[in-house]
Design a protein around this ligand. Sequence first.
Ligand code: AMP
Ligand code: GLY
Length: 420
Amino acid sequence: MNILILGSGGREHSLAWAIKQNPKCDRLIVAPGNAGIAAIADCADINILDGGAVAVFAEENAVDFIIVGPEAPLAAGVADRLRSAGFLVFGPSQAAAQLEASKSFTKDVCTDAKAPTAAYQHCKTAEAAKDCVRTQGTPIVIKADGLAAGKGVIIAMTEDEAFAAIDDMFDGSFGTAGAEVVIEEFMEGEEASFFILSDGKTILPIGTAQDHKRAFDGDQGPNTGGMGAYSPAPIMTPKLTQTALREIIQPTMDEMAKRGTPFQGVLFAGLMIENGWPRLVEYNVRFGDPECQCLMMRLGGQVLDLLQACSEQRLHEVQVKWADDHALTVVMAANGYPGAYEKGTPIHNLDAQPEDSQHMVFHAGTGEKGGQIIATGGRVLSVTARGTTLAEAHEKAYAMAHSIDWPDGFYRSDIGWRAL
Ligand code: AMP
Ligand code: GLY
């Protein structure tokens, strides 16, 4: 089978790494990929937001299966375009990707599906949004309606902060994503990420994780795309998992099917858990990054069979085989991230890192210059390890992170603290 993965982050490196282990995988191409991915797959420089260009490339390269990693091509309808060209595709349609691309859409779906989530109001003007804040009081959550690369959510502790966030959004600091906002009740509790495959008819839970969104130790500092993660999430007990499936996930999938836009792909539910009861924070329509790195390390080669069954609407035929294991990933980011950071700084001692079923340094923002690996992005490496306990995975991942020599990067020293 010739497989094409779209994307260039740590998520896509881990997907490629796992899929490569499956004997069904003949040729593996990742577009555009990165320096780490280039070591295990062919990289192709194509514009993944252009479905037509991807279709032409896939045709020329006799691709049998296309896996879409990030949300932007999904929201742009690339999966639809490829499906209509006859390709087998993993990833939801543009209509179903609204579950991530529009917060107000998701809120409407949750209302119709009776899925528990924070109370909310959808506001189209700054004045309406401010009135809502005055009525609701603080703390309160202000969200840009559209895709904002994980940056469109402000948790305001005071009315002034809330007003400033609203002004920012309506002044265009999130581009068109902020043209409308959702004002949401602040939910207390512990967060967990829950990953479910759906083929439009059948759902199959494939794992849980927790990530660390803040930049610095002790969950301090600005919000990021995620500075580390571990899987499984201890808070997601079998009972809680069943409750989330029954009260949130299945009703949402049923509602999407009822609307004529069934969801096909991986649903990433961000849950807030308080007193043993889950509520939805948000949906994403792709694997989480860096949560995916932990899931892939635990699932290994079977992930290709699962994604293929999902895309062929055969999920009822397959099962997930879990080892009783744990994985943890530490993200190494460029100094300054999530703000401004330097590009092109060299990373040393990567060659000395172990690469096996228990250890892997997944690359996110890396490139190669004169044989030297350099940092090209904000989140740069995802140092991942597996163990029979979380403590063991933690020790192995940090041993690798400590020995990577990159003076221009930083990482959190407390990934997994809640579960350890
Ligand atoms: P989102 O982009 O929707 O995942 O939001 C980013 C982060 O903001 C989430 O992971 C939560 O930590 C936090 N958050 C979002 N909505 C709420 C809410 N209603 N109550 C409390 N925290 C929230
Ligand atoms: N780590 C969170 C995300 O991928 O959105």
